[in-house]
Design a protein around this ligand. Structure first.
Ligand code: RFL
Ligand code: PHB
Length: 389
């Protein structure tokens, strides 16, 4: 098989890149290790920046999002027993949209199917080759049969544990990492959200987040030790802990019910530089990870593939390599700002086991400053709603 761009990974980065390239007339094939059902079963992000929504509109995959997505103008910060609202729209003129990653993925899968583009799911042993030449290839095994795709470019959109970054010689990569000494235990439940906007709570027992997927479905998280297992967390224990970590009004008003999903995610900041190796390009979690506190992971995947699709469009339409030559620096400039913001939100809101009361007081002072200073809350807001791209 031959194509212009072979995309490894059918998460949001790979699927959105595929549709953007299709819109620019650049043919592409997607190779995914898992089945479509498995990909759709992963409960992850829930919050989209306006720039991400605009890209989904561009590829005609935003119809359901506009019907079902919830537009939020602000967030709430809970600390010291009280809740304070940050009106992001008032200071930035922008909003965010609550719409689950599973729904974004499903809409992109359907758009891809409707466009008749090739996606190969359950592809085993996917491997990029010869990306340091003008004739890269990707090999894979499907139903026990070995295949090869010849292409002009490879896009590594295969997440943190993917094969693309792992295929680059270690000497060509510089990595930066911070592993946080805690995780997030998340549950999904068929209960109305406790509040119409998200509540981020700094509490002496640890961080908690009240978010949602719809007006009928809630998503809640509590900070937990890294070595905890989900089976140690009955639904009752989770609800008791969550209610202790929010303000009294939220605790009283919270509707509880059985969990329909429960999982623990470790928190990490990670960047691998550069994002280009000859004719292979990395995008999304394949090249960077942010802790979920700033809700930036999926949105960064979207800005990466926006830059990358533009670069390929310039290459084919304008016969210019400027875009592909500039891709890594352009994408990394935005990535690092989101890495900083996510690290800062994480540092301000979580309990760090090795840090004592001094650090906790500094957090509260910072939160008090944030909710009382127009300059500080504007700074939070413009990062939260998404820096331009
Ligand atoms: P993905 O989604 O991991 O997709 C990669 C795909 O590649 C496939 N793959 C392979 N395919 C072929 N061959 C191989 N060898 C392969 N290896 C892997 C995988 O099966 C998979 O289908 O990466 P992508 O597309 O870059 O998307 C990134 C986002 O998924 C991620 O950044 C977000 O989920 C992060 N995130 C959030 N981001 C936000 O923008 N807003 C949020 O509110 C938000 N909340 C979250 C989050 C992540 C969380 N967890 C679980 C880490 C909340 C949580 C709890
Ligand atoms: C989510 O809805 O899952 C979500 C929202 C905001 C975050 C993290 C996760 O900061």
């Amino acid at each position: 098989m031959r194509t212009k761009v072979a995309i490894i990974g059918a998460g949001p980065a790979g699927l959105l890149l595929g549709q953007l390239l299709h819109a620019y007339g650049v043919d592409n094939v997607i190779l995914e290790r898992q089945t479509p059902e498995y990909v759709l079963g992963r409960i992850r992000a829930g919050l989209l920046e306006e720039g991400t929504v605009a890209l989904l509109e561009k590829v005609a995959a935003a119809g359901r999002l506009h019907q079902e997505g919830l537009i939020h103008h602000g967030i709430e910060l809970a600390f010291d027993g009280a809740r304070h609202r940050i009106d992001m729209h008032a200071t930035t003129g922008k909003t965010v949209t609550i719409y689950g990653q599973t729904e974004v993925t499903l809409d992109l899968m359907n758009a891809r199917k409707a466009a008749g583009l090739t996606s190969i799911y359950s592809a085993a042993e996917v491997k990029p080759h010869d990306f340091d030449t003008d004739h890269p290839r990707v090999t894979y095994v499907k139903d026990g049969v070995a295949h090869e795709i010849q292409c002009d470019f490879i896009a590594g959109c295969d997440g943190f544990h993917g094969v693309s970054r792992a295929s680059v010689p270690a000497s060509a990569l510089k990595t930066y990492e911070r592993v946080y000494p805690f995780g997030w235990l998340g549950i999904l439940s068929e209960t109305p959200p406790v509040s119409p906007e998200l509540i981020y709570s700094n509490h002496e027992r640890g961080f908690a987040l009240c978010t949602m997927r719809s007006t009928k479905r809630s998503r809640y998280y509590v900070q937990c030790p890294l070595d905890d297992h989900v089976d140690q967390w009955s639904d009752q224990r989770f609800w008791d802990e969550l209610r202790r970590r929010v303000d009294q009004k939220a605790a009283d008003e919270m509707v509880i019910g059985p969990s329909i999903e429960k999982s623990i995610a470790p928190l990490r900041s990670f960047v691998a530089e550069p994002m280009r190796f000859g004719r292979m390009f990395l995008a999304g979690d394949a090249s960077h990870i942010v802790p979920p506190t700033g809700a930036k992971g999926l949105n960064l995947a979207a800005s990466d593939v926006h830059y990358l699709s533009q670069a390929f469009r310039e290459f084919y339409d304008d016969k210019s390599s400027a875009g592909i030559d500039g891709y890594s620096a352009r994408a990394l400039a935005r990535v690092w700002k989101a890495v900083r913001f996510s690290w800062w939100m994480t540092s301000m809101l979580h309990r760090f086991p090795d840090e004592g009361d001094f650090a906790a007081r500094i957090q509260i002072a910072e939160l008090n400053y944030l909710v009382s200073s127009q300059a500080a809350s504007t700074s939070l807001s413009e990062n939260y709603v998404g820096l331009p791209f």
